[in-house]
Design a protein around this ligand. Sequence first.
Ligand code: NDP
Length: 475
Amino acid sequence: MDKPVQTPADEHEHSNTIPVINPATGELVGKVNSGTAGDVDAAVTSASEAFPKWAVKDGTERAKVLFGAAALVRSRQADLANLLTREQGKPLKESKNEIAGFAKILEYYASISGLLKGDYGHSSAYGHAIVSRNPLGVCGAIIPWNVPAIIMGWKVGPALASGNALVLKPATTAPLTCMQLVGCLVEAGLPGNILQIVTGPGPVVGEAIAEHPDVRAVSFTGEVATGRRVASLAAPLFKRITLELGGSDPMIVCKDADLTVAAKGAVAGRFFNCGQTCTAVKRLFVESSVEEEFVHKLETLIRSLKVGNGLGSDVDMGPIHSLAQQHLISGQIERTVDGGFGKITTGGKEIGEGDHTGFFFEPTLLSGLDPEAPVMREEVFGPVLPVMPFDSLDDAISAANSTQFGLGASVWTHDSRVISRACEELQAGIVWVNQHLKLPPEVPFGGTKDSGIGRENGRYALDHYLEEKTILIKP
Ligand code: NDP
């Protein structure tokens, strides 16, 4: 079978539907409407009309809908996970966890939706001071293809729990699971039109959301360049904006770390979702004295990863999501190796033979890297782990901080002085110690530097969706 072909969204600008293709097989998974700016406008108008009734509902009533939707999602986990794997490519076990993760996020926001109260004070000079926290109205959300259900949850959960309406644009290449999840919310009793999903090309539908005058806030997850574009459209209208952009997370392994545990953590942290995760381990720094032993452990683990169609029961890593991404990653490795910046220890090539008809890529380990290597300076959104040795903690922290990004970072050691310095000095929105990637729903998530602005997850996300009104009453 030939390689699946994914047509870039803008080539569909003038047709009515867009095919959704399985990146492992080329199978047509479904078709979605190629929306227009007019569709966005209609969605915003009907969401605005529906908003007042949802906004005045008691938090416990909104919670009932979110809890109900979470229960429906859990009861349909197997089917939803199957659909997610077919449109996105990730192994079924990862899809199942992602669907359960979406339900968990809804449950978390349902559990705090009764607590979104304001404040009250009294003084003889000013009387009663009431600070109410109110939903904004219609908000917009634009999400990528890599972890669509979880990222949708991060936006839908707090927006709905706090009483807003939301117009959501999913990625063109992975919209189907999101559409089903919207269906679960509606079936659980979400009033019609409060949550609207508009599919279609980013430059058309995404930009129409960002620049619509009645969309009060925009939450965007995706690439840095797209984030800049979205921000430039939203800023003149003084919209609130949250940008969750790219990352090039460093992982620092010190010589006293449990190297076996750290190697497993690095492989899970890098090759999960075929390396297409914003907070994946993208640059690994290991203390020179244990470099050889550690690289050997990594190589053994990486060589044992089974690559294949995500629907297979024992598959560890599915395909890359698109042909363009597959070629981009090949190019980043080629420029690194040909430029003399590092060497391939294992992997390094696109897989295109035998059962592998999709956009597969060998799990890749690069070693002996120069800090100027393209794979160290650019975000690599695929299954490639570059390893660089360091001699002192100063060197490791300075190399870790030497990119435009600042999303996540981790340090692996049991030395409390090293932990405390790393936590303080690493420039990142989240620092893990002896782990990487895991995130409970209660804590804030977001980046610094070019990795974005604002925070999602936890109660912190509510600040994006609520605004305070001060009422002063003189008796
Ligand atoms: P893109 O920025 O290309 O796309 C993200 C979303 O934006 C898609 O829905 C896309 O639509 C839409 N879009 C594209 N162009 C525009 C535009 N001009 N105006 C408005 N919206 C637009 O990112 P990717 O899909 O390639 O996602 C991968 C990137 O996302 C990586 O850099 C990754 O690190 C980052 N990411 C960040 C996370 C974080 O939380 N910090 C989490 C996950 C990913 P369409 O699909 O139609 O092109």
